[in-house]
Design a protein around this ligand. Structure first.
Ligand SMILES: *[C@@H]1O[C@H](CO)[C@@H](O)[C@H](O)[C@H]1NC(C)=O
Ligand SMILES: *[C@@H]1O[C@H](CO)[C@@H](O)[C@H](O)[C@H]1NC(C)=O
Ligand SMILES: *[C@@H]1O[C@H](CO)[C@@H](O)[C@H](O)[C@H]1NC(C)=O
Length: 222
């Protein structure tokens, strides 16, 4: 094997890329928010008894909750319903979201609030508004992500630890490979130098031998 120094930078680049990929898992996950449970305490309708409840974040489309018709009933969802997810959150920015009831003239507001990734504890966030509604929102990726892998979230802590272990293993393996290659290259180099030196010494020996032979006139006997 010929030792090519150009392998080294390429390997180092690979290590850096691996570390970058592994240490910020949140940067590549989408923070989709789904509705888990909802319980409305009131309907604002005066005439028709079946309200049309919808969720909307500023900048998003309106999401109708077609099943939510009765007050004081807990609706539980699987997260896979046709209208899910409710929205997607950016990493470091909140969204202004609300729960509304469609009305002929002006939509009634259950509540409007700032929905943030950091509100989710272990991927779960409960929004309760006195006399209006109580909703549980889920966002598994909201807690996993962001450098603030908060120390008080056991699940994300475990996640971070797993990632660190993976990074350490990968870096160790690559470092070992680099060291082995370097040692091997060094050994090859040393071997070549040694051979050259030996050859030189050998030649010198011959020359000296020739000189001596000439001086002593022993060449005929050898
Ligand atoms: C979490 O992020 C991953 C990676 O982008 C994505 O595949 C997955 O659907 C996300 N899950 C949720 C619930 O947002
Ligand atoms: C809103 O709905 C329209 C039509 O259904 C769609 O083209 C658009 O991408 C949606 N926008 C968002 C932010 O979801
Ligand atoms: C809101 O709903 C959640 C989940 O159903 C429940 O654990 C919580 O006690 C409720 N909170 C109130 C104030 O009703």
């Amino acid at each position: 094997m010929r030792w090519r120094p150009s392998i080294l930078p390429r390997l180092l680049l690979l290590v850096v890329q691996f570390v970058a990929l592994c240490s910020i898992p949140g940067a590549f996950s989408s923070r989709l928010v789904t509705l888990d449970t909802i319980d409305i305490f009131t309907t604002h309708e005066w005439f028709s008894s079946k309200p049309t409840v919808f969720f909307r974040c500023s900048g998003d489309n309106q999401t109708n909750l077609p099943d939510v018709k009765e007050a004081n009933l807990i609706y539980t969802f699987k997260g896979e319903e046709s209208w899910q997810p409710l929205t997607e959150l950016p990493e470091k920015k909140c969204k202004r979201c609300g729960l509304y009831e469609e009305d002929m003239f002006r939509n009634d507001v259950f509540d409007e609030w700032e929905l943030c990734s950091s509100d989710f504890k272990d991927g779960k966030y409960i929004h309760f508004k006195e006399g209006q509604f109580n909703a549980t929102l889920l966002c598994p990726n909201c807690t996993v992500s962001a450098g603030d892998a908060a120390a008080h979230h056991p699940s994300s802590e475990v996640e971070t630890k797993k990632t660190s272990v993976a990074v350490i293993i990968i870096v160790s393996v690559l470092a070992s490979v680099i060291i082995v290659l370097a040692l091997f290259g060094g050994y090859k180099y040393w071997l070549r130098k040694k051979r050259e030196r030996d050859q030189l010494r050998f030649l010198k020996l011959f020359e000296e031998g020739d000189d001596m032979d000439d001086e002593l006139g022993l060449s005929n006997e050898l």
